[in-house]
Design a protein around this ligand. Structure first.
Ligand code: IDP
Ligand code: MG
Length: 137
């Protein structure tokens, strides 16, 4: 079994999609190893997305990700990182495959409903960013 990290982003929380998204995640065979409703401060969002700090959309991304509550979670499944990226679909919802979470629930390339880690290493770091040891099961 492997782990990945996800956030249901502010647009999807605001639009009432938490339940529907968790349903898709469960139906795809992921189990939940940690979960909470929380909010990123501006400096949390800057740290989390540090890797994108030189990209033109960085400021927009930081402002957006700190604009409202998110659901953070650690998920478990075999080949979790890749399987989850398939389930969420392309970054730009206009290009996301039918049935993917971003196709169903995202509003724009920035407000794209959900995050999924891009490697095992980042999944670990991102999970540790949000959850202490006694919050991970
Ligand atoms: P990913 O979330 O699919 O891995 P990344 O390239 O890692 O995509 O970008 C991180 C996040 O930054 C995206 O999920 C999206 O919210 C935002 N983002 C990416 N590209 C753009 C863009 O061109 N304009 C605005 N926001 C973007
Ligand atoms: Mg990414």
């Amino acid at each position: 079994m492997n782990r990945t990290f996800t956030m249901i982003k502010p647009d999807a929380v605001e639009n009432g999609h938490i339940g529907a998204i968790l349903e898709k995640i469960n139906a795809a065979g992921f189990s939940i190893a940690a979960m909470k409703l929380t909010k990123l401060s501006k400096s949390d969002a800057e740290k989390f997305y540090e890797i994108h700090s030189e990209r033109p959309f960085y400021r927009e991304l930081v402002n957006y990700m700190s604009s409202g509550p998110i659901v953070a979670a650690i998920l478990e499944k075999d080949n979790a990182v890749n399987n989850f990226r398939t389930l969420i679909g392309s970054t730009n919802p206009a290009e996301a495959a039918e049935g993917t979470i971003r196709k169903l629930f995202a509003t724009s390339i920035s407000a794209n409903a959900i995050h999924g880690s891009d490697s095992d290493e980042n999944a670990n770091l991102e999970g540790e960013f949000f959850f202490s040891l006694d919050e991970r099961f």
